[in-house]
Design a protein around this ligand. Structure first.
Ligand code: GRF
Length: 201
């Protein structure tokens, strides 16, 4: 399966997905890294991994629609089948959603619907809840809404600081994202085989 990863920052999840592919744990190819911040560290990771990367921001276009039309053109040109958001700090607009509905997923560092938004780990920590976690979900027009695909919980202990909790969450993310992606790919393959069988009957 040909993936595009969208990221805006460090890109540790992008790296984890790329490494899972290299190790043969994930039957996919990253056809494109799209980054909306020209100075983001993820671009250095892409260069080191020799993964094609493109960067531009909405400011480079007269409107968000035109910005997303250019992204869409790139996705189509590269025959991208699934878009994987990994720390992409923008709300997806109608232009991209219309073409990639059900083919765009996101990872969020909390147990959604609890603690959506950009400070998911910190918000859970400061709320003093006993557990938090990681959610992978399909993308819709909301902020961290959309049907949930998988969640993994983690207890917040009395010894935890925001830093230790952040590290634990990221460790889960780096394992869970490639695993869930592989499950989606396997399910899609099985469906294709079933459809093929049905068409022969
Ligand atoms: C991750 O915690 C992810 O859940 C959130 O943004 C962060 C991205 O981290 N959406 P990285 O850029 O993959 O290191």
């Amino acid at each position: 399966m040909k993936l595009a990863v969208f990221a805006s920052g460090s890109g540790s999840n992008f790296q984890a997905i790329a490494e899972a592919i290299q190790k043969g744990q994930l039957e996919a190819e990253i056809g494109l890294l799209f980054c909306d911040k020209k100075t983001a560290y993820v671009l250095q990771r892409a260069a080191a991994l020799q993964i094609p990367a493109v960067t531009f921001s909405p400011k480079d276009f007269p409107s968000k629609v035109q910005y997303e039309q250019e992204i869409l053109r790139l996705l189509e040109e590269n025959e991208i089948e699934l878009v994987v958001l990994a720390g992409y700090m923008r709300i997806i607009g109608a232009t991209l959603l219309a073409r990639f509905a059900n083919r765009m997923i996101n990872i969020h560092p909390s147990l959604l619907p609890a603690f959506p938004g950009i400070h998911g780990i910190q918000d859970a920590f400061e709320a003093g809840v006993a557990e938090t976690g990681v959610t992978i979900h399909y993308v819709d027009a909301g902020v961290d809404t959309g049907p949930i695909i998988a969640q993994e919980k983690i207890n917040i202990t009395t010894e935890d600081t925001l830093a230790t909790l952040t590290e634990k969450i990221h460790t889960i993310e780096h394992r869970l994202y490639p695993t869930v992606l592989q499950k989606l790919i396997t399910t899609q393959k099985e469906r294709a085989i079933d459809d093929e069988k049905k068409s022969l009957n």
